[in-house]
Design a protein around this ligand. Sequence first.
Ligand code: MG
Length: 383
Amino acid sequence: MDFSAVIVAAGSGQRAGPGRAKQWRTLAGKPVVRWSVEAMLAASARQVVVVVPADDRDIAAAAFAGLAGWELADGGATRDQSVLSGLSALRADADHPVLVHDAARPFLEPKHILTLLTALRDADGALPALPVADTIKRADSDFRVIATVDRTALWRAQTPQAFRLGPLSAAYLSWPSDQAPTDDAAVMERAGGRIVLTPGDTRLIKLTYPEDFAMAELMAAGARVTRIGQGFDAHRFGPGDSLWLCGVEIAHTQALIGHSDADAGLHALTDALLGAIGEGDIGDHFPPTDRQWLGAPSSLFLKHAADLIAGRGGRIVNVDVTLICERPKIKPHRDAMRARLAGLLGLSLDRVSVKATTTETMGFTGREEGLAAQAIAAVDLPT
Ligand code: MG
């Protein structure tokens, strides 16, 4: 169904505790607002406008890196100004369905969107809502109970909320400037719109307080699985005065021989990443018979594997490489190798390990005919 989305991410989120505004904090390694942007894009939104503080445009661009189809609008001083800013960025006619969503509800799914758009066919607005489970008390300012409220007709409003662009924009423009609506349906209600409820979802939790983030991490973890892959590679020594290992060039009395730059460390690690997602091996993706990879830097291969993982919504948890050789001595280069791998994979240093061992002069590495590398990688993927 054709629709557009306005995601409001312009708040400062002070109740969520110190640190970054909550929309930019990460949840399972992904910025909170990115979850909603991905869901809207997955549901084939025509336009996804994210309303952010004008100063946060760079943060937003980094948060949505690799996604296509989003755009930014500058937030206002209040939520209603921010929504209006987002609505005015939409290029559609008055009947076009628009979903307004709070960035702080990350667990949005295409099924929620479909339900809302269906309900909107016979209404001026639709929103997901949950029945109130707790008994509701009315109390005075001294915490003395005045009454027990009948909760049978009370509902907890969630987002996204669905409307048509023209009527919603008009309702916002006529909203009194000295009042602050807490949701968009309230604005349409005041304008006389007919609003219906659709079944809410406890997973559409709004991240407000620090403890909400802890709960959300648990929810996110339940929907993901960690997979591992391993790789092995060996290359022969030949004439030369330097070799490449783990993306670092090392001066040596010999070179490594191979079709590419023969970086056995990167090859083993690339195979480990491909193995974790069941994507075959490096030879499947970069056949040695293909002349375009002649002398290629093996960082290309590693980045390709990392891109495949990112394309599946995955993230690399950690990688561990063991280099097996008598010479060159690895230790003086280990920090540079870790830094290089961390840079190539976008990981913090503590998630990248490079180790080295000899085979005590036994076998082909012991005789210095060549060297070998082993790697293992853990990858976190959506189930
Ligand atoms: Mg190789």
